[in-house]
Write a protein that binds this ligand. Structure first.
Ligand code: GGG
Length: 369
């Protein structure tokens, strides 16, 4: 491993609690870099935020792509301030644009029951809950294709299409099958709704069945999204890799962490797994790491947001950059601080009275030691 490892990271804190959870997370990453002998250059930008929009009338400067492509990865906080900018404008002007333009077609969202996190599944503390949601991240229900006609009349009609392409469906399924194959349980659950959504979802199921033939070692099951949500609540310990369309994956990856305690600790990696800086034949497209949670305007400014989702997303970024030892140290630090816990350290989403600052410092100290 090179002695002079340095990573350039685009830091986009965004809005609301994104601005609050980013500083402690950056300190944790700095601590990991120092301990494991590499360096970060953090390039922090105020755009991809509603604050920027209010001043400039757009979410980002025109050279945003160039600035981000100059980086090894993007570290993103949260976006949205519905009081000033409609959510679909802020999201499509930043996060969803990044996913699409950088072809980050995999959205990986791990979910674990971690000792110390108060969970509504307290009676399942003896079970290991450890699964990953693989969300299709560039098409599906998140298409911008559609429109309104007869606006303002009694015939007002609104249409939005769902788009499943063979390439789009197959590449997310391939990734999920490979991931399932690499894990001890070797199990893949596919989220569908092919009984009601009669064109796109049967196609999704067909592609799952077709690909399953190549993975005889992976146990495959499919559930309609409604009953799958019920199973997430009642028997989350039975899941391993769960693959879903853009919308279904989004819903499941909030539900999972909520069942195990709090969405405040959940991380997310938006990956372009085929782009590489070393392959000049391909266009470089950076991957993006963010907490699953949004900007949470209801608690923004109070200093009580849980910084763990942001820190854990940083841990996924370390893995992605190839800094495995540093990534292990960060996840261990999160686990040991949570296990030690205590009302004064845990943030209110974990039924404590702690602050973003104190929980962040505790994890940073644990990484240093
Ligand atoms: N931490 C990322 C963030 O701000 N998420 C807000 C959100 O609503 N995201 C929607 C999505 O992931 O599709």
């Amino acid at each position: 491993m090179s002695q002079n490892r340095k990573y350039v990271i685009a830091v986009l804190p965004g809005d609301g609690i994104g601005l609050e959870v980013m500083p402690p997370a950056l300190r944790c990453l700095e601590a990991a870099a120092k301990r494991f002998g590499f360096k970060f250059e953090f390039r922090e930008y105020p755009w991809a935020s509603c604050i920027y929009y209010q001043e400039h009338g757009v979410m980002m400067p025109s050279n945003w792509k160039e600035l981000l492509k100059a980086c090894d990865a993007i570290y993103f906080g949260a976006v949205g301030d519905p009081a000033s900018v409609p959510d679909h404008i802020s999201l499509w002007g930043s996060l969803l644009l990044f996913r699409r333009e950088f072809d980050q077609f995999i959205n990986l969202r791990p979910c674990r029951l971690i000792p110390g996190v108060p969970s509504p599944l307290a009676n399942r503390q003896n079970h290991t809950i450890d699964f990953v949601t693989v969300r299709e991240n560039t098409e599906g229900e998140y298409s911008s294709i559609g429109g309104r006609i007869f606006e303002g009349t009694s015939r007002e009609t609104v249409i939005q299409n769902t788009v499943f392409t063979r390439q789009g469906v197959d590449r997310v399924l391939r990734y999920a099958f490979e991931l399932a194959r690499s894990r001890p349980k070797k199990k893949l659950t596919s989220a569908t709704k092919s009984n009601g959504i009669s064109i796109t979802m049967p196609y999704w199921d067909e592609r799952v069945e077709e690909m399953a033939k190549e993975y005889p070692d992976v146990k495959v099951e499919k559930y309609h999204i409604d009953i799958l949500c019920a199973h997430f609540v009642q028997r989350p310990h039975t899941f391993d890799v769960v693959v879903g369309s853009n919308l279904f994956g989004d819903i499941l990856s909030d539900l999972g962490p909520a069942c195990t305690g709090t969405i405040g600790i959940a991380p997310s990696a938006n990956l372009n797994p085929v782009s590489s800086k070393d392959d000049s034949a391909k266009e470089w497209m950076p991957s993006l790491f963010e907490p699953v949670h949004g900007s949470a305007p209801d608690i923004a400014g109070k200093g009580i947001a849980n910084p763990i989702g942001m820190i854990w997303a940083g841990q996924m970024m370390l893995e992605h950059l190839g800094e495995k030892d540093a990534a292990t140290a960060v996840i261990k630090a999160i686990e040991s601080v949570l296990a030690r816990g205590g009302t004064n350290l845990l943030t209110p989403d974990m039924q404590g009275k702690g602050t973003t600052q104190s929980l962040g410092v505790a994890i940073e100290q644990e990484i240093i030691n």
